[in-house]
Design a protein around this ligand. Sequence first.
Ligand code: ADP
Ligand code: ZN
Length: 289
Amino acid sequence: MMYGALEAGGTKMVCAIGDEYGHIFDRIRIPTGTPQDTMPLIIEYFSQYELESLGIACFGPIDLHKGSTTYGYILNTPKLAWRNYNILGTISEALGIPCGFDTDVNGSLLGEVTFGCARGLTDVIYLTIGTGIGGGVMTGGRLLHGMLHPELGHIIVNPRADDNYAGNCPYHGRCLEGMAAGPAIEKRWGQKAEMLTDNNTVWKLEAYYIAQALCTYIMTLSPQKIILGGGVMHQNQLIDMIREEVASMVGGYIDTREFRNIKTYICTASLNDDQGILGAIKLAIDCKL
Ligand code: ADP
Ligand code: ZN
């Protein structure tokens, strides 16, 4: 069977063709312009194939409620051209095939649960730390949507006593995203995050904020595993610092088999940055069931 997969991001759209085994046969990247420029290219690409269905893992916020009049719309995104845009309806009408739809981070999570390091698990969190911070949640084997969908990047964190940075979230200032996403690192230290590899102080502070957030997720959602992705996690030294901080902040209170094995409990994404597109394939498969 051939399925289409669209990973819709604020900077690029990745379109791919794959099968139920997680093989990807072809893919293209299209820079994200306005819907008027970008959507025809996406539709033209998928029209070349005879597809069973298509999965869309989309930047948000988005409407995931099937009964809603704006189901499949992108909601109040800062990307103004995409605000209140019916991305799902536009594609499904043009292609005439069933389409699955979820957040980009739930897509990445689903990719890891289906084809990657979280196979067989039912309670998993995927957190991406990049231009923004966002997270997908699976609980009891289902992707969590709730009222809107989880916004794991916008939880409030305690500033470290020596950190005077004001935070750069336009809504909350010092939320996790405002303190620890790539642009926050760059503004606080005056250099792009990728140039700061050798500065241990930077990554100790980064680990401190990410670990606080992970402790909150562990205590509230009780995941069996937490997977960390996004550009900032390409700093290989960071993951161990995060594990150490989490263990220290949890303070011995959680003592499960999963948590004791902290190297597998908190891990980096396992699918070479294909987790989102592979999750979109699974969204395509599942929307036909
Ligand atoms: P996006 O979130 O836009 O989809 P990324 O996940 O690549 O894309 O995140 C981009 C952010 O990650 C930028 O702020 C960038 O500075 C940061 N980043 C990218 N690569 C690295 C790296 N190797 N080390 C640290 N930060 C990085
Ligand atoms: Zn925020």
